[in-house]
Write a protein that binds this ligand. Structure first.
Ligand code: FE
Ligand code: CA
Length: 178
């Protein structure tokens, strides 16, 4: 059984993962408008992956006999006018998510909830290392490229190679690469 405090923390994180999906869908749409389809595809894949993160919380809460509570998802607020700003927004957001996951680990420790720590949050601690690393690498490449149209074109090609997550992975997370 899950404590009320833990349940509330996990429901808030479920919401934060859905907000991340919203943010990345918004950024993806911005890239589409710029005809940067590779960047757009990468962000869309990331948005879908965020929904699979939300589903991990959803599944865990229910498995632990808790109640899933769906809060309102706020409107994404990022103002984007360059690819660099888009990836900086993603990187900044991932740092916030890392802090939220760390806070949840602290809460789970206080609640002595080993199931949450080892059955759920442990995976997210590693995942956040990947998320920060991936977004920061693109930020750094974009800084290197600066205003080179050719550089942007090549990076668009490179990022466009990222496949969309399988729908099974989104609905039933843990069964694929995310
Ligand atoms: Fe996430
Ligand atoms: Ca990931």
């Amino acid at each position: 059984m899950i404590s009320k405090k833990m349940q509330n923390g996990l429901n808030k994180q479920l919401n934060a993962e859905l907000y991340a999906a919203y943010l990345y869908f918004a950024i993806s749409a911005w890239f589409e408008g710029e005809n940067l389809e590779g960047f757009a595809a990468w962000m869309k894949s990331q948005a879908l992956e965020e929904t699979s993160h939300a589903m991990r919380f959803y599944k865990h809460i229910l498995e632990r006999g808790g109640e899933v509570e769906l809060f309102e998802v706020k409107k994404p607020e990022a103002k984007i006018s360059t690819p660099l700003e888009a990836f900086q927004a993603a990187y900044e957001h991932e740092k916030k998510v890392t802090q939220m996951i760390n806070d949840l680990v602290d809460l789970a420790e206080a609640e002595k909830d080993n199931a949450a720590i080892y059955g759920l949050l442990n995976w997210f601690v590693s995942e956040q290392i990947e998320e920060e690393d991936q977004t920061l690498k693109v930020v750094e490449k974009l800084k290197m490229i600066a205003d080179s149209k050719q550089g942007i074109f090549m990076l668009d090609r490179e990022l466009g190679a990222r496949p969309l997550p399988a729908s099974q992975t989104i609905v039933n997370p843990g069964s694929g690469e995310d």
